[in-house]
Design a protein around this ligand. Structure first.
Ligand code: AMP
Length: 276
């Protein structure tokens, strides 16, 4: 497995693969890899070559967020990628990736990026698109893999790629949960044991939602009301039924809408959602 930090080196390797006609699958991450990330790597096996990036992107963290305490474990991450048969881990450094302090910046579309996560984290999606645009140019993937757990991110990245006529297929992958049903996240490590048990209420809420939707309920008002009741003991930042442009909807449509939620437990933002 290649371990690459230098940008030109990664770009040359990707170009060489492209010249050889090999398909490149790309999994961008911030590291502290878990089974959720592994599921993306597995899905990316449909490409001849797989690249995983590990980069804790300063531009997507707000001033009072957890950038400095975000878990960093590059060696363990590399070992896991190697075990998965990944072809290259790309771990650029911020100085090279953002060589110009006042350089080019990408701005996410306002209607999609100022709501939900974007309302609580102003500028977050600008930072996400900024780093992904750079990484896409370096890694030159044919396909890039994103978890549905970060639903808003997935939909905004898809929008960027479509708007910029960028020939990358954005593949959304199912949410991976632990054995009690909590969606895996690198940030779960911040929870105390008690916090973890509180957070399981989110797993109960999403399970109940999935069951109700499977039974044919598409009425946002009633689905949200019963979810709100289950989440009542927790601090809910938002709970909404939306379409793929993140507009609120009253009736859920199959393959065109989802229910998104952000819940705060012990100051940790926990995201979950159910796609219809
Ligand atoms: P992160 O390292 O948190 O930036 O996540 C990197 C990628 O892994 C993103 O596309 C996430 O949506 C995805 N991901 C994180 N957690 C999960 C999960 N539990 N299930 C599926 N995908 C996930």
């Amino acid at each position: 497995m290649y371990f690459i930090q230098n940008i030109a080196e990664m770009q040359n390797l990707a170009q060489q693969w492209r010249n050889e006609g090999l398909g490149i699958g790309f999994v961008p991450t911030m590291g502290a890899l878990h089974a959720g990330h592994v599921s993306l790597m597995e899905r990316a096996k449909e490409n001849e070559r797989r690249v995983v990036s590990v980069f804790v992107n300063p531009r997507q963290f707000g001033a009072n967020e957890d950038f400095s305490r975000y878990p960093r474990m590059l060696e363990t991450d590399c070992a896991l990628c190697e075990k998965q048969g990944v072809d290259a881990v790309f771990a650029p450094n911020a100085k090279e990736l953002y060589a110009f302090a006042d350089g080019v910046q990408i701005v996410a579309p306002k209607p999609m990026s100022s709501v939900l996560e974007g309302a609580a984290r102003p500028g977050h999606f600008d930072g996400v698109l900024d780093v992904l645009a750079r990484l896409f140019h370096i890694v030159q993937p044919h396909k890039a893999y994103f978890g549905r757990k970060d639903a808003q991110q997935l939909l905004i990245v898809r929008q960027m790629v479509a708007e910029l006529f960028w020939g990358i297929e954005i593949v959304g992958c199912p949410i991976v949960r632990d054995f009690k049903g909590l969606a895996l996240s690198s940030r779960n490590a911040y929870l105390s044991e008690q916090g973890y048990y509180q957070a399981l209420q989110i797993a109960r809420a999403t399970k109940a939602l999935e069951d109700a939707i499977a039974k044919g309920n598409r009425d946002a008002h009633s689905l949200l009301a019963s979810t709100r009741a289950i989440l009542a003991p927790l601090q809910v930042d938002y709970l909404m039924a939306v379409d793929y442009m993140l507009n609120e909807v009253e009736i859920l449509q199959d393959n065109a809408s989802l229910i998104v939620m952000a819940v705060i437990v012990e100051n940790v933002r926990l995201l979950d959602n159910v796609w219809v």
